[in-house]
Design a binder for this molecule. Structure first.
Ligand code: NAD
Length: 245
């Protein structure tokens, strides 16, 4: 059900424990394409060729090449947009407990949020598949692909590929926040990727309200308590201004 900004602001004002779940859509206005939907990466490439752990294990060189061509530049140039800044304001003023993000772009932290659970890891770090040494992506030596660790192991991005488990810490912390919140803002996610898509459902089962911000309805919309239909970068600052004003 679509609702107005006024109604959404009322829900937010009443909430004592708001948590945000964000997805690729919140970073679209920062110039990072989403996977699904209009302009999504999947219009031009097969996700199983670069986003599945099997693809990485079978041919790490090809996956690294694709990731570097499609993601590295885009992520390096991207800056937080008004939606990221609005969430940072909410945390500063005590109106937001935490953000659970499916994004690997680091833009919530760049905007100033401190409590950010990176559910799918981060593209800012790389790890060795053998010795598990972790290093910033800036230290990646790209003369040859796949990049190798000093121990000889293959380096990989510290993100969760399809077919992999969510790191335990991130999973449990996200579940804790989801079952304890009374309002979950679900922003820019198609809610198609599991187990992330389960988090709003867990919150709902514990009687939390679900408020979506998305230009399109999603599979979650039938159980959500309201859809603010439009771009996060336009709607979130207006919503926060109404709550603070
Ligand atoms: P998705 O690509 O499946 O869906 C994007 C959603 O965002 C859609 O529902 C779309 O309608 C909505 N959207 C588009 N523009 C928007 C805007 N301006 N404001 C608000 N919403 C907007 O994204 P997902 O659900 O996050 O799942 C994709 C997976 O891909 C995630 O697990 C994530 O790790 C990964 N991913 C991350 C990034 C990133 O880090 N920025 C980018 C692409 C994909």
């Amino acid at each position: 059900m679509e609702i107005s900004l006024e109604k959404a602001a009322e829900l937010l004002k009443k909430s004592r424990n708001t948590v945000a779940l964000t997805g690729a859509g919140i970073s679209v206005e920062s110039g990072i394409p989403p996977f699904r939907g209009k302009g999504g990466l999947w219009e031009t490439m097969d996700p199983m060729e670069f986003a599945h752990i099997r693809a990485f294990r079978n041919n790490p060189e090809k996956v690294w090449d694709l990731l570097l061509r499609t993601m590295k530049d885009v992520l390096e140039k991207a800056r937080p947009n008004p939606a990221h800044h609005a969430l940072a304001d909410m945390e500063k003023t005590g109106k937001l407990e935490a953000i659970i993000t499916q994004n690997i772009d680091g833009l919530h932290q760049a905007a100033g949020n401190k409590k950010v659970i990176e559910f799918h890891g981060s593209f800012a770090r790389i790890i060795c598949t053998d010795c598990h040494r972790s290093l910033p992506i800036q230290e990646l030596f790209l003369e040859e692909l796949p990049p190798l660790c000093t121990c000889g192991g293959i380096l990989r991005p510290d993100c969760v590929f399809f077919g992999e488990n969510i790191p335990e810490d991130a999973l449990y912390t996200a579940q804790e926040y989801s079952i304890s919140c009374d309002l979950m803002l679900v922003i820019g996610t198609s809610a198609e990727v599991w187990p992330a898509a389960d988090l709003p459902r867990m919150a709902k089962n514990r009687s939390a309200l679900i408020l979506e911000i998305n230009p399109e309805p999603t599979s979650l919309t039938p159980i959500s308590d309201g859809l603010l239909r439009g771009r996060a970068g336009e709607l979130l600052p207006q919503l926060v201004a109404r709550v603070q004003g």
